[in-house]
Design a protein around this ligand. Structure first.
Ligand code: HEC
Length: 153
């Protein structure tokens, strides 16, 4: 009787050992799987991830500001800041005006288009515009020469 109860106890403790060992294996292996998967997915993440190399559009290349097309010169920054928020820079760069005409255009925009007071930046802006987007000297077609006139009948 005493012997068999000891046997039972032995079997029980063996069982406990077995179950304990089994549980330990389960826990350890799931931990390993978990960690391995984590590193694996991390790995694939870094592979899938690509860095978008944003082209630096604030660069100037060959004296031209890349994003806006403005000619690089004193006052360009002020012009970009003040003249490109309502319309494209093209509207500015495609124009050629004298200093007075630029001022008149600015006044017109201030009167009718809510352009703000340019304050102390106005001088540098107007100078920049008149210098880089002034009237082309040979804007007009040259006078005709050597014309063969013929009488109209
Ligand atoms: C508050 C808004 C605003 C700002 C800032 C602004 N403009 Fe304008 N500008 C306008 C509007 C609106 C027009 C008319 C656009 C159109 O006709 O499509 C215009 C038109 C123009 C034109 C064309 C004029 C014409 O006769 O066709 C030029 C050139 C111009 N702007 C230059 C400038 C310059 C230089 C600056 C900076 C000093 C500037 N703009 C800043 C609103 C603005």
């Amino acid at each position: 009787m005493a012997k068999s109860s000891k046997n039972i106890k032995n079997t029980q403790s063996r069982y406990k050992l077995l179950i304990g060992g089994f549980l330990l294996i389960v826990v350890v292996s799931s931990a390993i799987i978990y960690l391995a998967e984590d590193t694996l997915s991390n790995f694939s993440n870094t592979e899938a991830e690509y860095v978008v190399v944003e082209e630096d559009t604030e660069k100037t290349e060959n004296g031209i500001h890349k994003r806006t097309g403005f000619i690089e010169d004193t006052g360009m920054r002020e012009v970009i800041t003040n003249c490109t928020s309502c319309h494209s820079a093209k509207l500015v760069t495609q124009n050629r005006m004298s200093k007075e005409e630029w001022i008149a255009t600015i006044r017109w925009m201030q009167k009718t288009q809510n352009l703000w007071n340019l304050g102390e930046n106005e001088d540098v802006i107007v100078d920049y515009l008149a210098k880089n987007y002034g009237p082309i000297e040979k804007g007009r077609r040259e006078g005709l020469k050597d014309i063969e006139w013929y009488p109209l009948n």
